[in-house]
Design a protein around this ligand. Structure first.
Ligand code: PLP
Length: 367
């Protein structure tokens, strides 16, 4: 409007109507109340729908809410839900804490199940929940095979697409009904905002939007603006995250003190073929295995000076954490060792290598 490059930020609760008649016919109006959306949230919803090839998108205050709300939308008492075992841990906690309390039975499946998901489907299976690659352990899935079998059994399919962003993977093109993002990660990109989104096909969007509004959550205007701003540079940032992460992954792979590197784009990775067939690029998050007990991982992490210790990822700065796989039942880590998950930020790769060398030096002092 008026030539400004960026959209205005609309702060709103009340929207005024022309007349009582307009109020009665409000269903035909684009905006009726702050909670139901504003021109600001609409711009971000439309951008994400276009990137995902989706019918429409909802925005919610965190990535985790972008997981819980679609699960609540499509599950009720007496239903059965299948979730990939390598799922983001708080998804499992929501399933265990809330879905089971509601009377939903939850079962976990092997990320490599493929068309074999058909054998796990029950007459009451309403949702099959995927994540690719898996959190921390990076298993890849045959998304089309799982979705086709899930649909044949009458279930809705959802995929947490946070790792790849829609620039490197478009789940709806592979048979997924609802694509979930923690916008907190690469779309936000600067570790200063939390938001989530769910982009859905036409068949599932109505039920999703109704549930969002019944629960009463949407995204705040200034947060929405930050994500819109981040989205404009996401492509160039991801190029750098991708290149730096691949360089560090290859460098780590060549070291004797690293037992295994789990990065989907490395040719040596066990699921590389599944990655290459479905994804068009990789982001800045991967894991490597340090053998020995947790004390070795702790010594390594505590010696880092540039790479911070912290949760979340997708920001400009590098982070590391020791992965906790204690809740896994199928996609467990190796018996010996700890996975260190690295979020490779936008810093100079030489500086990051030097920092990792500090970690390895601390390890060699342990003997
Ligand atoms: C971080 C993350 C989320 C949750 O996002 P928040 O905005 O932190 O709630 C969901 N899924 C995956 C895969 C994530 O890594």
């Amino acid at each position: 409007m008026h030539g400004f490059v960026n959209p205005p930020v609309v702060h709103a609760s009340t929207v005024l109507f022309e007349s009582t008649d307009a109020m009665k016919k409000r269903k035909s109006l684009p905006y009726t109340y702050g909670l139901r959306g504003t021109p600001t949230t609409k711009v971000l919803e439309d951008a994400l729908s276009e990137l995902e090839g989706a019918h429409d998108t909802i925005l919610v205050p965190s990535g985790l809410a972008a997981i819980s709300i679609p699960l609540l939308a499509f599950l009720g008492a007496g239903d059965h839900c299948l979730i990939v075992d390598s799922v983001y841990s708080p998804t499992r906690q929501f399933a265990h804490g809330t879905l089971e309390r509601m009377g939903v039975t939850v079962e976990y499946f092997d990320p490599h199940v493929g068309a074999g998901i058909a054998d796990l489907m029950k007459p009451n299976t309403k949702v099959v929940f995927l994540e690719a690659p898996g959190s921390n352990t990076f298993e890849m899935m045959d998304v089309r095979a799982v979705c086709d079998a899930a649909h044949a059994g009458g279930a809705v399919t959802m995929l947490d697409n946070t790792w790849a962003t829609p620039l490197f993977f478009r789940p709806l093109d592979h048979g997924v009904d609802l694509s979930i993002h923690a916008l907190t990660k690469y779309p936000g990109g600067h570790s200063d905002v939390m938001m989530g989104s769910v982009s859905a096909n036409e068949a599932t969007f109505g039920q999703l939007r109704e549930t969002q509004l019944q629960i009463g959550v949407n995204a705040a205007p200034d947060d929405t603006y930050l994500v819109l701003r981040g989205l404009k540079t996401m492509g160039v940032r991801l190029e750098r995250h991708q290149a730096s992460a691949l360089e560090l992954a290859s460098w780590l792979e060549a070291r004797d003190d690293v037992a295994e590197v789990r990065h989907p784009a490395l040719a040596s990775f066990f699921d590389h073929e599944l990655y290459a067939r479905q994804f068009s690029g990789s982001s800045g998050l991967f894991s490597f295995l340090l053998s020995g007990g947790f004390e070795r991982a702790a010594a390594f992490l505590d010696a880092l000076e540039i790479i911070g210790l912290g949760y979340s990822w997708g920001g400009h700065e590098s982070l590391a954490v020791a992965a906790d796989l204690s809740d896994r039942t199928i996609a467990k880590g190796p018996a010996d060792g700890t996975f260190i998950r690295l979020q490779v930020g936008l810093e100079d790769v030489a500086d990051l290598k030097a920092d990792l060398e500090r970690g390895f030096a601390a390890l060699s002092q342990l003997g």
